[in-house]
Design a protein around this ligand. Structure first.
Ligand code: PLP
Length: 484
């Protein structure tokens, strides 16, 4: 592509993106297509000859946009609502242009050193302990898996060298999580060859936090059976309800039994940049590692997850492998990202986070997160004030868990919950089908629960009021329908 063409299409595309972000709220949040619709419109074979850029861009409009679920829509309230931002987009653009593979320091000194500095800034912004060093991975699933791998390396069972299969000398190794932990931890445990049997799920209290007494008892019981407890993963901000495990009480159990404490703060960790919310990380100053996702609530485009680790030596021991073709004269002086994980080549992700932090500043980031929490509180107050709705979990941060609960109040709880499950699922699908907002659900205490997550930089009170109206309209509509 000539320089002139590159400029022309580049300017066009930036205009296109500006327009998209301006207009995205007029598009349906949830892709209004059926499975297979897009595939049916795409040629089955690649083009033999190159095509005009104009045509390719036209097809983005014609084919791709209608097949998108718009995470950038201000009424995207599902899963954990997240959003990109202008400085983050610019960071991605530059990083694509540089196309660095930060496998070794010398293959991208900028990426390597900017990552170290930016993650230290973020550590300070979150009020984390100076003993924690950050490293970027793509997702929290991968950050946590690496943390568990480092924890296992610390057990000194020569697993790196000898593996786990076929070994009669290896005891069962165990990781502990709460029943509300994210499935990624279980996947990490499976990936590391520890098996699902290697994960023990601890019950939670009435506010969905890990029951610390049950944890202590489980560890004791396992030890008596010859099992080796080596890691606890506490969650700060669970996916279903944003509950916060009691980290300060989990710490002494880990210390007593010499277990690694990893904190999954993928979602909620970002909130610690708000000074008055920093309490959510209480106890984490004694954790061995902590994962946080700037791609969730720090306006950084997907993907960028950070693992903070106190024992980089163990992480390195678990993963470093330097063949001759990667040996460099400066390797003892510098950090090379590939020493700390599965990947060799690493994207220049730090650039976008650096640009986001510089553009907004800690105050700007904190103001936006604070506003999201205010909006969630407002929504929760409407739920609480209405006889037809109820909260299903204490409100923490910017995730509201609720359900419709109109009369009759059946005496039999099981019958009542069954009716409400069906009703709430229909409400959710009804709202989502309008294309005007998107919600997702979970189960809490086995009851279908709607989740409203506020985390998009473009979400305002207007959007939160609209979704409340939509929910009430759906409820009315469904109640007016004759029972089938
Ligand atoms: N941990 C928690 C608490 C989460 O809520 C999520 C995703 O929502 C994850 C981990 C996984 O995140 P990722 O998609 O970055 O792997």
């Amino acid at each position: 592509m000539s320089k002139e063409e590159f400029r022309r299409f580049g300017h066009e595309l930036i205009d296109w993106i500006a327009e998209y972000l301006e207009q995205v709220e007029n598009l349906p949040v949830l892709a209004q297509i059926q499975p297979g619709d897009l595939k049916a419109q795409l040629p089955v074979s690649p083009p033999q000859k190159g095509e005009a850029m104009e045509e390719i861009i036209r097809d983005v409009d014609r084919l791709i946009v209608p097949a998108l679920t718009h995470w950038s829509h201000p009424s995207f309230f599902a899963y954990f609502a997240t959003s990109t931002s202008a400085p983050g987009i610019f960071g991605e653009l530059l990083s694509a242009a540089f196309d660095n593979k930060a496998m070794l320091w010398r293959t991208s000194p900028a990426s390597t050193e900017l990552e170290e500095v930016t993650l230290d800034w973020l550590r300070q912004m979150m009020g984390l302990d100076a003993g924690l060093t950050g490293i970027i991975y793509d997702t929290a699933s991968v950050s946590s898996m690496h943390a568990i791998a480092a924890a296992r390396e610390g057990v000194e069972l020569r697993i790196r060298e000898e593996g786990m299969s076929g070994r009669k000398d290896l005891p069962l190794l165990r990781v502990y999580v709460s029943e509300q932990s994210h499935s990624s931890i279980e996947k990490g445990v499976i990936t590391l060859g520890l098996g699902q049997r290697g994960l023990r799920k601890i019950p939670v209290d009435s506010e969905f936090r890990m029951d610390v007494k049950a944890l202590a008892a489980a560890v004791e019981e396992d030890k008596q059976k010859g099992i080796v407890p080596f890691c606890v993963v506490a969650t700060v901000g669970t996916t279903s309800s944003s509950s916060i495990d009691p980290v300060p009480e989990i710490v002494p159990i880990c210390e007593n039994h010499r277990m690694w404490l990893h904190v999954d703060a993928a979602y909620a960790g970002s909130a610690a940049v708000v000074p008055e919310l920093r309490y959510i990380l209480k106890g984490c100053e004694r954790a061995d590692s902590l994962a946080v996702n700037p791609h969730k609530w720090l306006f950084t485009p997907f993907d960028l997850s950070v693992l903070y680790c106190r024992h980089m030596d163990l992480l390195r021991r678990a993963f470093s492998l330097v063949p001759e073709y990667l040996r460099t004269p400066e390797q003892e002086q510098v950090r090379s990202g590939s020493d700390y994980g599965v990947q060799l080549g690493r994207r220049f992700r730090a650039l976008k986070l650096w640009m986001v932090i510089r553009y907004f500043g800690q105050d700007g980031l904190a103001a936006r997160i604070r506003e999201h929490c205010r909006l969630a509180k407002l929504f929760a107050s409407w739920v609480e004030e209405s006889p037809d709705w109820e909260l299903m979990a204490p409100l923490r941060l910017a995730l509201v868990c609720f359900r419709a609960c109109p009369p009759p109040a059946e005496a039999d709880e099981i019958v009542r919950n069954k009716r409400l499950d069906v009703l709430n699922e229909a409400i959710m699908h009804g709202v989502n089908a309008t294309g005007e907002a998107l919600l997702s659900h979970t189960k809490l205490n086995d009851k279908l629960t709607l989740r409203l997550s506020i985390g998009n930089i473009r979400t305002t009170e207007k959007h939160v009021r609209q979704v409340w109206e939509l929910l009430n309209e759906q409820l009315k509509l469904l109640l007016a329908q004759p029972a089938s």
